[in-house]
Every structure is written in C-alpha cells, then in structure tokens.
Design a protein around this ligand. Structure first.
Ligand code: GRF
Length: 216
C-alpha cells in the first residue's frame, strides 16, 4: 500500500503545519505530508517544513497576472505530489471556484471562529465586540464560498471578562492544533466524506456545526 499524500499550503507562522507535521511523522508508511507550498517567501512555516525534511515550494502570488493564473500554477505544483488531501493552514489567499472545484471533497481549511459566525478576518476582535460568551475554531471542507464549506469539527472555549484579542488567539490556536490533525486523520483513514454538501463521518451525516470536540 502506498502512503497517502498530503500537501499543505501556508502563508505565515505555520503553527498548524507544525501540529500536522508532528502528527503525521508517526505514520510515514500510511500517510505523510509530501510537500508544503507557501505564497510568501518569508513565511516562518517554511523553516518548519525544512526542519522536518519536507519539500517546500514558494509561489509568490505577485508573480502572476491574476488570481486565475496563480491558482493554475498552484494546482500544477500541488498535483506533482498527487495528493489525496490538500490542507490550507493559514493560507491567506482567496481561491477561485476552478481551484476549489478541482479539489472538492479533499480540500480542508481551519478557521478561528465557530462557523458560520465570523467568516473572514479579525474574528477574535469581532467576538469581543459582540460580547460573545463562547468562541472557538472550525475545520471545514472548502467550497467556492469563502469560509462557507460544510463544517467537520469544532472546538469551543469560554470567553472570560479579562480576555483580549491575544489571549483568545492563543487559546484558539491550542485547540486548532488538536482538531486539525484529528480531522486530517479521519480523512486519510477514509472515515470522512463530503456528499451533496453534507459531511459524513463513518457514514453518518454530521449536524451543521460538525463534530463537537471535547478536550480530554
Ligand atoms: C489560524 O488561526 C487559522 O485558523 C487561520 O490562520 C491561522 C494560521 O495560523 N486560518 P498558523 O500559521 O497555523 O500559526
């Protein structure tokens, strides 16, 4: 059996990439991160990939005339690794429908909010401004709707009166590092499917909020 191939796309720090590298380094014969692609030459995640011995490619989006030609080049690079799964891990680019359709059902993203709340940027700030009692993160299948694809798994935290953007970002990040490897593992174990815009886990449809993760 050949190992499942996972390609991870990043733009920045890559702490989620690190969690995935740590997780998948334990089972190289079953599934492995075969490449990391960054659209930013100075992304710290590049160092993480190099340290882990994973091939890295930098594809600066500014080198391309438009979104469509960047996405085509990106897909060309991704497809060299024949991925079973493509993971967006802090990849800060809006993707064309051509791109998201090409990888539909095998393209995951993580977002720092309890989707469908707070799609887009500045989620921690928006949670504080709204006075929400809880916050969290969501892993979802990517569709052409930005941060709008069906949710696979969510983790929640309580928002306390002394929370700041930084404290929320830190708490949410810690949970992201747990639920992203979990969802990716389900996928490579063939436990997860996207079917008619619904998520199936072990053949059973999940509710719109996805699986609710509880820390042990
Ligand atoms: C995370 O908060 C993730 O939810 C969002 O981008 C951030 C990436 O962080 N999509 P990192 O680069 O993995 O540290």
């Amino acid at each position: 059996m050949t190992a499942k191939s996972i390609v991870v796309l990043i733009s920045g720090s890559g702490s989620n990439l690190q969690a995935l590298l740590n997780h998948f380094s334990e089972q190289p014969e079953k599934s492995r991160i075969s490449a990391v692609i960054s659209n930013k030459a100075d992304a710290y995640g590049i160092e993480r990939a190099v340290r882990a011995g994973v091939p890295v490619h930098v594809l600066p989006h500014n080198d391309y005339a438009d979104r469509a030609s960047f996405d085509q080049a990106l897909a060309g690079q991704i497809d060299k690794y024949a991925p079973d799964l493509v993971i967006l891990a802090g990849f800060m680019r809006i993707l064309t429908p051509e791109f998201t359709d090409r990888y539909l059902g095998r393209l995951l993203n993580i977002h720092p909010s309890l989707l469908p709340k707070y799609k887009g940027l500045d989620t921690h700030q928006r949670v504080l401004e709204a006075g929400d009692a809880e916050h969290g993160c969501s892993v979802h299948f990517v569709t052409s709707e930005l941060d709008g694809g069906p949710v696979i798994v969510q983790a929640r935290i309580a928002v306390t009166p002394d929370d700041t953007v930084n404290s929320l970002a830190n708490k949410v990040h810690l949970l992201e590092h747990q639920i992203y490897p979990l969802a990716a593992q389900w996928f490579v174990d063939d436990r997860l499917q996207l079917e008619h815009n619904a998520v199936l886990l072990d053949g059973q449809p999940l509710t719109a909020n996805g699986y609710q993760y509880q820390e042990n």
